[in-house]
Design a protein around this ligand. Sequence first.
Ligand SMILES: [Zn+2]
Length: 284
Amino acid sequence: MKQFIYSFENEVNATIKKYKLLKKNEKTLVACSGGKDSITVLYILNKLGYNPEALIIDLHIGKYSDDNLKNLKQVCKEQGIKLHVVSIRKEFGCTPCYAKSLINSKGMNLSSCSICGIMKRYMLNKKARELGANKIATGHNLDDEAQTVLMNFFTCNVDAGLNTGPSTGVIKDKKFVQRVKPLFFSKESDVRKYSEAMNFPVIYDNCPCSTGSFRHEIKDKINQLEKDYPGTKINLVESFLKTVSEIRKNIPKGALKICKKCKEPTRNEKCSVCELFGKIKGFK
Ligand SMILES: [Zn+2]
């Protein structure tokens, strides 16, 4: 197991170095859910001397959120890492669960994960900027990326992936804090093995709100393909990166705009949050 821990940490370090994800004199904020992936990133970045700070967005999903927060607090205390806690309810005036019921009552059929994702990304960027962070590190792993590539293809939404890769920032703007993914080439099963070996206090269950999502179905199918044809996940992600680097050459300068309503960065006239919440009377 010692050998595995050593080689896993080396793999993450190699991704950081190869793609120049982080510098030691920058302020790095790790976006934490309290789960295995973000805690692994937080722990390894701290071990490698990047002095990260942690930020958790409290989603107020009952005991699940409370336990995740408690676990993260414990890790931060043990490792001497500064923790920032932000309440999604305070920022938006409602939780993602409540937003989902309101939005879907207007005839839209968005999943909990889509709504929660839009709210979290928006808030993460805003808070990171307020805290003066140079980079946001997230816990996305190879499995997450492979799933996103396929989901974007299947929903004819390839554009959504244009700004992704081990780091974002193809589209640059001072209001947009660059996001980096140190686990981009690490398999989820390896992250779990590492987290278990390190005895991190984490919940391995999925978020209780994410049941029945499209992502779960895609995940099962990719896992089956990976089992039958090893290398499927990495090939899928590498193929996407190759294709996207060609498409990116044609992105016009100034592709990023400022949302008319909230002044946050966006690729459209209005950001996703204002677009979504604008459809509910009384919000935003
Ligand atoms: Zn907006």
